[in-house]
Ligand binder design. Structure first.
Ligand code: SP5
Ligand code: ZN
Length: 339
């Protein structure tokens, strides 16, 4: 399979606030090193992505958010004068339409929803490289029809129209879907099988019917991102009926998870989608330090086969997965299902 991956992911190496402690993020550069090694061993062809079309990013994200992300590190450093990574500190109240403050720290709160990721000198370069991998994978699918994998890092599915969080800055899967539409597909389905709900992708396409969003994930009543991912969220306005959430109980096993994947695939088959984006997180794996599901490596082969049997032109975009010692085998297993 053609794989797109940029070395620029390395420029983002974040910290996260976890149970009251600031620690090195589990979303580490090593994840990509290990995936790259496994995919090369399995005979996949790894190429660098082309240059990111920033107009494509602006189809998905607010212009003021793109401007914020690209400039925030320089502004933070100018204000505080050291290399401490930028992090949000306070968020808007739940009911009012908030002001957008001018202040650096105020804008960090306005443009985020979580304190599990920091912004450093290379974050923008890494995030744009991850989006470029998704864009190049979509281009390759549109021209060849062959399933293609974007090894995007940092991940993207939690990034909303104008907020970062959940280790995500630019929504790579949404960018891939939009690129496929730009290539002339009239409807694209995004199936998100990361352990966590794809709240960003849901947010971005919530009022649209040209992108069907489906997410299989741990019940947000008990798990990040907590404030989205419920089954009553079905889309709005023109998008009503075009979002499907399939939350599962903590500790779900392969039998529950695969039944949910079947349900997701059935919705796609019923949607007239002309292309598919799979937002793939390997954090459903039994040994994942963030997840509670018990999916095994071999199960990802069958999952790949199920999604491949939709016979749609398919972009697979990397999202989460933090059991680094197994992440390469798990990604290779999913791709194996597409051979
Ligand atoms: C892309 C993706 O999978 N994002 C997940 C973001 C979840 N962040 C919150 C995790 C809270 C648990 N922190 C425990 C850290 C392990 N020491
Ligand atoms: Zn996840």
């Amino acid at each position: 399979m053609q794989v797109f991956s940029s070395d620029n992911h390395r420029r983002h190496d974040a910290v996260e606030l976890s149970r009251g402690k600031l620690q090195v993020s589990v979303e580490s550069p090593r994840r990509v090193d290990i995936i790259r090694r496994s995919l090369s061993e399995a005979g996949h062809d790894v190429a660098a992505p082309g240059e990111l079309d920033i107009a494509l990013v602006r189809q998905i994200h607010a212009a003021e958010y793109v401007e914020f992300l690209s400039g925030i590190w320089a502004r933070w450093q100018a204000q505080f004068g050291d290399d401490t990574p930028a992090m949000p500190f306070a968020w808007p109240s739940r009911h009012a339409a908030p002001e957008r403050p001018k202040d650096v720290v105020g804008q960090l709160g306005y443009h985020s929803f979580a304190a599990d990721c920091s912004i450093g000198e290379g974050t923008w370069d890494a995030a744009t490289a991850a989006a470029a991998a998704a864009q190049s994978a979509a281009d390759h699918v549109a021209t060849t029809g062959e399933a293609t994998y974007a090894l995007s890092r940092p991940p993207g599915h939690h990034a909303t129209h104008d907020q970062f969080g959940g280790y995500c800055f630019l929504n790579n899967s949404a960018i891939a879907a939009q690129r496929l539409l730009n290539h002339g597909r009239s409807r694209v389905a995004v199936v998100d099988i990361d352990y966590h709900h794809g709240n960003g992708t849901q947010d971005i396409f919530y009022r649209r019917s040209d992108v069907l969003t489906v997410s299989v994930h741990a019940d947000p009543m008990s798990e990040f991102p907590w404030f989205a991912g419920y089954d009553h969220e079905r889309g709005a306005a023109a998008g009503e009926g075009w979002n499907l959430n399939i939350p599962l109980s903590l500790g779900a096993d392969y039998s529950a998870w695969s039944a949910a994947i079947d349900k997701a695939a059935a919705r796609v088959a019923d949607s007239n989608a002309e292309a598919l984006v799979i937002a793939f997180g390997a954090d459903t794996f039994v040994d994942d330090p963030l997840g509670t599901f018990s999916i095994e490596t071999q199960n990802y082969v069958e999952t790949g086969e199920k999604l491949a049997s939709l016979t749609l032109p398919t972009v697979i975009v990397q999202e989460g997965g933090y059991a680094v010692q197994s992440i390469g085998e798990n990604v290779a297993a999913l791709l194996e299902g597409f051979r």
